[in-house]
Design a protein around this ligand. Structure first.
Ligand SMILES: Nc1ncnc2c1ncn2[C@@H]1O[C@H](COP(=O)(O)OP(=O)(O)OP(=O)(O)O)[C@@H](O)[C@H]1O
Ligand SMILES: [Mg+2]
Length: 355
């Protein structure tokens, strides 16, 4: 008897293109975000006439197409002109001015970055952008450790649009005055998708990723409802992929409701953003919460500093906010009573089991 006897052969796979279920896949069509994409394109438009563009600030909850919409616009721009250089940088990975400058060089195809200081790297970038417009999209800007590059770009690059993307609408308000005063920008808030829109997006994604005819309307509806309840399209994409895999493991030629239900069961053990994705200082905050579960925010800050944590109380509270938004912890504000006015920080149950 072979362990592999009942397995579907590769030409029987239920997936037509599994890559279409990667979170960074940008589909050919991006339904329900046309208006936002047009608004962003309008900000970039002056660059086509050798003038500086407008800057944009994009905010909204996780998993609702902010990154996808911007990447779509940048790809479209790249397909239409060589006169405007698009840059896309994820500030979760590139969180300092030096790393950002290195990445800009990399995206311009400039290789001789070794032993160059930050300012020298910027000179190279600015030099390569002479007679060109540039669009700088900085995603997840709330993860940045310093903002000097923003100041430099705003001051010194002639024709540009800067696009800043974050989950936190209030991020702009807290920005250093020096930068804020130079950053006149249009703000766009992305609303979560409605139930119908969520359903439509997932239905469309199925066409890219699966062979035709294996999804029933009921199974898709169940995934659509679960996704809508989480308000995050990534949940839906995860469920599509997981259901497909479970069906394949069962050597089924269709995706049945049972497969979908099992995928949903797995979902509860899955965090959309894993702890490994957090940058080091934020991980340290999470560690402190873990060791002082249910503690007051002021006390946690002290512990954080004792453990070698860096930064002001304000940057600490921002990290706490980040962890709350990413669903790692809960923050409960108290007023009066024995605790006085403070916030009580606790780990989410599912995180407890992860440690
Ligand atoms: N309108 C849409 N059409 C098709 N796919 C979409 C749409 N909106 C979002 N998606 C898909 O959902 C997933 C999450 O979207 P995206 O990465 O853009 O979220 P986000 O708003 O940037 O979230 P975060 O704030 O967590 O970074 C991606 O795989 C993306 O392709
Ligand atoms: Mg994003």
């Amino acid at each position: 008897m072979s362990l592999f006897k009942d397995m579907l052969s590769s030409d029987e796979s239920l997936f037509k293109d599994e890559e279409a279920l990667n979170y960074d896949f940008v589909p050919r069509l991006l339904p329900f975000r046309d208006m936002q994409q047009k608004q962003i394109a309008e900000c970039i438009k002056p660059l086509f006439n050798d003038r500086s563009g407008r800057n944009c600030f994009v905010s909204g909850a996780p998993g609702i197409g902010k990154t996808a919409a911007i990447r779509w616009v940048l790809r479209d721009l790249e397909d239409h002109t060589e006169e405007i250089q698009p840059f896309y940088i994820n500030c979760w990975q590139k969180n300092t001015t030096y790393k950002v400058m290195l990445e800009l060089c990399e995206q311009l195809g400039y290789k001789f970055t070794q032993n160059k200081k930050t300012e020298e790297l910027f000179k190279v970038v600015n030099g390569l952008l002479i007679n060109k417009g540039a669009v700088f999209a900085f995603d997840e800007v709330d993860k940045l450790d310093d903002f000097d590059f923003l100041y430099t770009i705003l001051e010194e690059v002639t024709n540009k649009s800067v696009i800043l993307i974050t989950n936190f609408k209030e991020w702009l308000m807290d920005l250093d005055e020096r930068i804020k005063s130079r950053l006149v920008c249009e703000s766009y808030f992305f609303e979560p998708y409605t139930q119908d829109e969520t359903h439509g997006i997932l239905k469309e994604r199925i066409k890219y990723a699966f062979v035709p005819g294996i999804w029933s309307e009921d199974s898709l509806k169940t995934i659509g409802e679960k996704t809508f309840s989480k308000k995050d399209i990534r949940t839906g994409i995860y469920l599509l992929k997981e259901s497909g895999r479970i069906a394949e493991d069962a050597s089924s030629k269709k995706i049945q409701m049972d497969h979908v239900k099992n995928a949903i069961l797995k979902l509860d053990a899955f965090s959309v953003k894993s702890q490994d994705d957090l940058e080091d200082e934020t991980k340290k905050v999470l560690e402190v919460v873990k060791n002082n579960n249910g503690g007051k925010i002021g006390d946690l800050y002290k512990k954080f500093q004792e453990n070698g944590g860096l930064g002001s109380y304000k940057s600490f509270t921002r990290k706490v906010e980040k962890l709350e938004k990413a669903d790692f912890i809960t923050v409960k504000k108290t007023s009066g009573g024995a605790e006085g006015n403070t916030s009580i920080i606790s780990l989410k149950d599912k995180q407890l089991s992860d440690f």
